[in-house]
Design a binder for this molecule. Sequence first.
Ligand SMILES: O=C(O)c1ccccc1NCC(=O)[C@H](O)[C@H](O)COP(=O)(O)O
Length: 209
Amino acid sequence: MSRHVHTRVKICGLRDAQTARSVAEAGADAIGLVFYPPSPRNVSAEQAAEIVAALPAFVMSVGLFVNESPLVVSSVLAKVPLDLLQFHGDEDLAYCSQFGRPFIKAVRVKPDLNLLEYAQLFVSPLCRGLLLDAWVDGVPGGTGHSFDWNDLPTEWPLPLILSGGLHPDNVAEAIVQVQPWAVDVSSGVEVIKGVKDLQRVDAFIRAAI
Ligand SMILES: O=C(O)c1ccccc1NCC(=O)[C@H](O)[C@H](O)COP(=O)(O)O
């Protein structure tokens, strides 16, 4: 996609409705809800439904899953009106498309992986973006680790979402260098894992726009 004037911001891993509303008021375009039990940011469908109900119009709710059973994903979808799904594991296009919902696909950047070939595999009507994250052995995401932004392709077949170790002091530089459609952050706006710091959220969004 060509250069755009406003880089969208997703704040990932929210766990309560009040924080979600504050994050929306700070200017976030999307919030992420983690349905991955080993994560300190994991939420139940009941918690997620409360959070989504607190969001104002035009702030998207994104539900994140990692190699989850389709039955579990469907059961969350029946209880929570999510706008977008995020698949953060080894899911293929057929898996991601089976729910008939728009989704983004995450990929963790490794030196031996051809990112453009990977992106091409997901070009399809329901896939709305490719999220790049850092590779950390044994932890699928939300690690606070970044990866080398040098030598990334400059043209992508899908809207590009940059994540991995972003924080208020590096996000502006990341945007200039990578020119993503959107940025996504979790650890970089937290005080401790799973607890967002609203001052850092505010600083991140101001630096990103
Ligand atoms: O946030 C988590 O705990 C998580 C766990 C398992 C898979 C993905 C997870 N988060 C996905 C995100 O979209 C994060 O924002 C992304 O990984 C960047 O995280 P961070 O480096 O902490 O900003």
